[in-house]
Design a protein around this ligand. Structure first.
Ligand code: G4P
Length: 532
C-alpha cells in the first residue's frame, strides 16, 4: 500500500442522495455544487422550470420529459475532500438502475419533505440501503414551508424505517418564521438572513452561543421557551449519536433545513465530509471460489461495472460502461481482465463526469467512478482486475412488479428488435424472462417500475428504429424460488419463468396470492431478490 493511495482514499466520499420525487434531491445536489464552488450561483445549470435538469441530467429524453432517468456520477472537491455523487433517478416510477447505483455508494443522504414525512419511495430506497449496510444521513427539507412537527418527524423516521434517529441540528422556527438551526455538536444557534437572490447565494450567517440566545435580537420572533424545552428533551431522551452507531446503520443523524434557501445545508455538508465513510473493504470471491476481503488500500487495481449506458453521446453512438474502483490505482490505458469473459481489455480514454462535461482522466482511486467505452466487452456486474482473479458480490436483481410482452409493429424489423433487446438487457435496463412450460417467440419482459418499459420503447424506437407494441401481463408480484419446483404448490394463476440467468421465478396475480404461496410452501424459499 502506498501513502499516496491511502491519502487519496481518505479524501474520498462516494455517496448518493435518495428521496421520494419532489422532496428536494435535485435542489440539494445543486447546493452542494454551489458550496463546493463548482457553480457560481444555484440555478445556473440549465433552466430548471423547463427541464428540471440539474447538472446531472444529460440524456435527451430526460430533458424532454423533465425527469432524471440515467443514474450518472459527478466528481468535484468540497473542503479538501473529493466527492463522487451518484445521481439516482428521481421519478415516481424508478427502476433497477437506482438499486444498482446504490451498490456503488459508500453512504447515502436521504432527503425528506417536512410536510410529507417518510414517503413510499424513500422507504423502498432505504430498505435497499439497509440490505447492503449503507449508512444514511437524513436531511429534513423545506422547513421554510409549514410541515409536520419536528419531534413527530423524528418519530416517523424511527417507526417507519426501523432506525434510531439522532438530531444533530434543530430548527429555530418553522415555515415563514424559520430563522435558522441550533447546531447541537457546538451548542450554537445559526441564524440565517435570506438574501434577495433567494437560494442562489449563500445566506448571511449569525452564530449565537446558547447562553446568549434568550433575549438576542435574532431570537425575538422565536418561541424560545419551546426551543429550550425541545433541546432539553433531546438531551435527556434523544438517541445519542456516535460515529460507530452511524456507520453500523443503527442510527441516522438528522438535519433540518431548507435546500432552496440554503438554510442548514452547509452544516449538513460539513458533517457529511467529517463523518461519512471513505471507500472501505469489499467482499469478493477468488478463482477458487473462496471468499476474500479486498481492501481499498490494496495496491492491485480492482473494480466492477455497475451501469452500462448506450448512446450517451448521440454524435458518436457510443456505449459507456461505468466502473466503480474498489481498490488500488487505476491508470489510463491499463489492461485488465474481465473475470466473467476471461478476456483482456485495454481501458483507453477513461473519463469521469465533472458537473456537465465528460473529462478524460489519467488516474482514479477507490470510490471513483470511471466511464470507459464499451463496444461489447462488459456487462452489468462484471468484475475487473489485472489478472481477472476477483469476482465481486453479484448485483442484486430486485423483484419486478410489472410484466409485459413486446413485439415489433412491423415484423420486418424483427432483427433490429432482437439486437435492441439484447443490448438493453445486457445494460440491465430491463429483465428478460422465459416461460417455463410453454414456447413463445415473443419477448417476456419484467420491470421494477413502469418507466423502465417507457424508456425501453423509446430507446428501441430512437436507437434501433423499431416501433413496438407492449402488452401487459396480468401479474403484479413475483419472487425467486429456491427449492424443488415439482413439490412447490403453485397457485392456479401463478406462472413459472426463468430469469436471464436461468434462475426460477414465480409470477403471481397479486400480493395476496404471493403471501398465500409463502404460507402454503414452508419448505421453499420465496426470495425478493436473486441470490448470488
Ligand atoms: P427532487 O429532485 O427530489 O424531485 O426535487 P427538486 O429538488 O426538483 O424539488 C422539487 C420542488 O421543491 C422544486 O420546486 C423545488 O424548488 C422545491 N424545493 C426544494 N427544496 C425546497 C425548500 O427547501 N423549500 C421550498 N419551499 N421548496 C423547495 P418546483 O416548483 O417543482 O421547481 P422550481 O421551479 O422551483 O425549479
Amino acid at each position: 500500500m502506498s501513502d499516496k493511495l491511502t491519502e487519496q482514499i481518505k479524501r474520498r466520499r462516494t455517496f448518493a442522495i435518495i428521496s421520494h420525487p419532489d422532496a428536494g434531491k435535485t435542489t440539494l445536489t445543486e447546493k452542494l455544487l454551489l458550496y463546493s464552488g463548482m457553480i457560481r450561483t444555484a440555478g445556473m445549470v440549465g433552466g430548471r422550470k423547463a427541464n428540471k435538469g440539474a447538472a446531472s441530467d444529460w440524456m435527451g429524453m430526460e430533458q424532454e420529459r423533465g425527469i432524471s432517468i440515467t443514474a450518472s456520477a459527478m466528481q468535484f472537491e468540497y473542503k479538501d475532500c473529493v466527492i463522487n455523487v451518484l445521481d439516482t433517478p428521481g421519478h415516481q416510477d424508478f427502476s433497477e438502475d437506482t438499486y444498482r447505483t446504490l451498490t456503488a455508494a459508500d453512504s447515502v443522504i436521504m432527503v425528506i419533505d417536512c410536510s410529507k414525512g417518510v414517503e413510499a419511495q424513500t422507504r423502498k430506497l432505504f430498505d435497499a440501503c439497509r440490505l447492503r449496510n449503507i449508512p444514511v444521513i437524513t436531511f429534513i427539507n423545506k422547513l421554510d414551508l409549514s410541515g409536520k412537527d419536528p419531534l413527530d418527524l423524528m418519530q416517523e423516521v424511527e417507526e417507519t424505517l426501523g432506525i434510531q434517529a439522532s438530531a444533530i441540528n434543530w430548527p429555530l422556527g418553522y415555515g415563514k418564521g424559520f430563522k435558522g438551526v441550533y447546531n447541537r455538536p457546538d451548542n450554537k444557534a445559526h441564524f440565517f438572513t435570506r438574501l434577495a437572490a433567494a437560494g442562489s447565494l449563500k445566506p448571511e450567517l449569525d452564530i449565537v452561543d446558547r447562553a446568549d440566545l434568550a433575549g438576542h435580537e435574532k431570537a425575538t420572533d422565536l418561541d424560545i421557551e419551546t426551543v429550550f424545552e425541545e433541546l432539553e428533551l433531546l438531551e435527556e431522551a434523544g438517541n445519542e449519536f456516535t460515529r460507530d452507531s452511524y456507520l453500523n446503520c443503527e442510527v441516522t443523524p438528522v438535519f433540518f433545513g431548507s435546500a432552496m434557501t440554503n438554510f442548514g445545508v452547509e452544516l449538513l455538508f460539513d458533517f457529511f465530509v467529517n463523518f461519512a465513510p471513505c471507500p472501505g473493504d469489499r467482499k469478493a470471491k477468488n478463482l477458487q471460489d473462496e471468499e476474500v476481503t479486498v481492501e481499498a488500500e490494496d495496491d492491485m487495481f480492482s473494480g466492477y461495472v455497475f451501469k452500462i449506458q448506450a448512446n450517451m453521446d448521440p454524435r458518436h453512438r457510443d456505449c459507456v460502461a461505468f466502473i466503480r474502483v474498489n481498490s488500488g490505482t487505476f491508470v489510463r490505458d491499463m489492461t485488465i481482465k474481465n473475470n466473467r469473459t476471461g478476456k483482456q481489455v485495454r481501458l483507453a480514454r477513461p473519463s469521469n463526469m465533472v458537473v456537465t462535461s465528460r473529462e478524460t482522466i489519467d488516474d482514479a482511486f477507490p470510490g471513483d467512478i470511471i466511464g470507459v467505452s464499451n463496444p461489447g466487452h462488459f456487462a452489468i456486474g462484471d468484475s475487473l482486475s489485472p489478472k481477472g482473479t476477483l469476482r465481486f458480490q453479484k448485483l442484486p436483481a430486485f423483484q419486478p412488479e410489472l410484466f409485459a410482452t413486446v413485439r415489433c409493429v412491423d415484423t420486418s424489423r424483427r432483427k433490429s428488435l432482437d439486437k435492441g433487446i439484447e443490448q438493453l438487457v445486457s445494460e440491465g435496463a430491463i429483465q428478460l424472462l422465459t416461460p417455463v412450460d410453454s414456447y413463445t417467440n415473443e419477448y417476456h419482459l419484467a420491470a421494477v417500475g413502469r418507466l423502465q418499459f417507457e424508456v425501453l420503447q423509446y430507446r428501441l424506437q430512437d436507437e434501433y428504429k423499431v416501433e413496438t407494441r407492449l402488452e401487459n401481463l396480468p401479474f403484479t408480484a413475483s419472487c425467486w424460488l429456491r427449492g424443488d419446483k415439482e413439490t412447490f404448490k403453485k397457485p392456479f394463476n401463478a406462472k413459472f419463468m426463468l430469469d436471464q440467468f436461468d434462475k426460477l421465478m414465480v409470477l403471481f396475480s397479486n400480493q395476496w396470492e404471493k403471501d398465500f404461496a409463502v404460507r402454503d410452501n414452508p419448505d421453499h424459499e420465496l426470495l425478493d431478490y436473486a441470490w448470488d
